[in-house]
Design a protein around this ligand. Structure first.
Ligand SMILES: *Cc1c(COP(=O)(O)O)cnc(C)c1O
Length: 425
């Protein structure tokens, strides 16, 4: 058999890029085999270097809620692009995106744009520490907040997949102020606040965890977070880099009725271009330079192309309001997935919120890191490769979320279910 172009491209990449990839989970280490290389994408499909077409349930790890290469988004980028690609000087476009975000999220009065989710989180943590004059931060085991040094402590998918407990290169002095606690556990949270009372600058949480696979919050967990943070004058940070604009036009804060002090965004608000954002009440945000003493900057922050893609994406989401429809489609898909696996006698559980879900090879319930970690990752690897050969692209790790886009159609779901029916474990 002729050597595939995918394989050739990967062996060349291996010589020039560490692991052949620019982000670790892409390397397929958790599922075996070699990564595919993408030539182009449209709607719900990606096309690899061997000309094979896949239904994409990874969607660039979440940003492509409108599907790939959506015409209006491309047109918006193209229009802006012809006028130059970066100025390092303010543009009206940045204010327009800020306006869309502020109008959509009641707890956000001002927002600073950055170039990645990682940067958004870095900014939020620095701001919280700067404003409170405290050092300690609470994070939850299995939650991922980008590759920020002091948050690379028991940090979800990438680090779980590769078995890196924390990372070499992160000095202990950087993480000694990070308190990792189990997700969905209000008792441990209370105990931590009792122990460290007025030393905790911030609690950062994925209000719906997506980076240990999808794990929804218990309502009392989020309420306890808010109560304890308010009582201790601790800044509550919701990392909504995945969930922002994925489940409704705005943030999950409105769904649960729990308000964050700072909100981190990314992924969807850039429509597939690099972006991040950190927002909150004006008096808190005004502590950032140049108004306040907390320093934060970025050469390409608010880049016109990224902002143009973001504006087009949010405007489409606002006018089309696809959320109910896509929630229903995902709910049906998950039900049919589950039925197909049951018929083959395969133990599993599915966690789903709106258009994001994870199929765990684990009878469940999956409520925190300890329960996700019981999943049969070997079975996931087999399942992933089975689906891949059937032309269905899933995230190459058990501990990631699957996503739907507004472009996915009934026949895609039928094809997906058929492939799952043929999976015998
Ligand atoms: C993806 C992600 C990040 C990091 O965003 P990057 O753009 O990859 O830096 C942070 N937090 C959460 C919850 C994420 O899913």
């Amino acid at each position: 058999m002729a050597i595939s172009r995918n394989a050739k491209l990967f062996s060349k990449a291996l010589k020039l890029i560490p692991g052949g990839v620019n982000s670790p989970v892409r390397a397929f280490k958790a599922v075996g085999g070699k990564p595919i290389f993408i030539e182009k994408a449209k709607g719900q499909f990606i096309l690899d270097a061997d000309g094979k077409k896949y239904i994409d349930y990874c969607l660039s790890w979440g940003p492509m809620l409108l599907g790939h290469a959506r015409k209006e988004v491309l047109d918006s980028i193209r229009r802006v692009m012809t006028r130059g690609t970066s100025y390092g000087i303010p543009t009206a476009l940045e204010t327009r995106l800020a306006e869309l975000i502020v109008r959509a999220i009641p707890t956000v009065e001002k927002v600073r744009l950055v170039s990645s989710g990682t940067e958004a989180v870095m900014t939020a943590i620095r701001l919280a520490r700067g404003c409170t004059g405290r050092d300690k931060i609470v994070k939850f085991i299995g939650c991922y907040h980008g590759h920020v040094d002091h948050l690379l402590v028991r940090a979800g998918s990438g680090t779980m997949t590769l078995g890196i407990p924390a990372s070499p290169g992160v000095p202990r002095d950087f993480t000694k102020h990070t308190i990792p606690l189990p997700y969905n556990n209000s008792v441990k949270l209370k105990a931590a606040f009792e122990k460290y009372d007025s030393q905790i600058a911030a609690v950062i949480v994925e209000p719906i965890a997506g980076n240990m696979g999808v794990v929804p919050p218990c309502p009392e967990f989020l309420k306890a977070l808010r109560t304890l943070c308010t009582k201790n004058k601790t800044v509550l940070i919701f990392d909504e880099v995945i969930t922002g604009f994925r489940l409704k036009y705005g943030c999950t804060q409105d769904i649960f009725g729990v308000k964050a002090d700072l909100t981190c965004l990314g992924k969807i608000i850039g429509g597939g271009l690099p972006i991040g954002a950190c927002g909150g009440k004006a008096d808190l945000m005004d502590n950032l330079a140049p108004n306040g003493p907390v320093y934060q900057a970025g050469t390409l922050s608010g880049n016109p192309l990224c902002v143009a893609a973001g504006i087009a994406t949010l405007e489409l989401l606002k006018s089309e309001n696809p959320y109910k429809r896509i929630d229903l489609a995902t709910s049906r898909l998950c039900e049919n997935l589950s039925n197909a696996l049951k018929q083959s006698g395969i133990e599993h559980s599915i966690n789903r919120v709106g258009s994001m879900f994870t199929l765990f090879f684990n009878p469940g319930p999956v409520t925190d890191y300890a329960s996700t970690a019981k999943s049969d990752t070997k079975k996931y690897a087999k399942y992933f490769n089975h689906m891949l050969s059937a032309g269905i692209y899933l995230p190459p790790s058990q501990f990631e979320a699957c996503f739907l886009s507004t472009a996915h159609k009934q026949q895609d779901f039928q094809k997906t279910i058929k492939a799952v029916q043929n999976f015998k474990g």
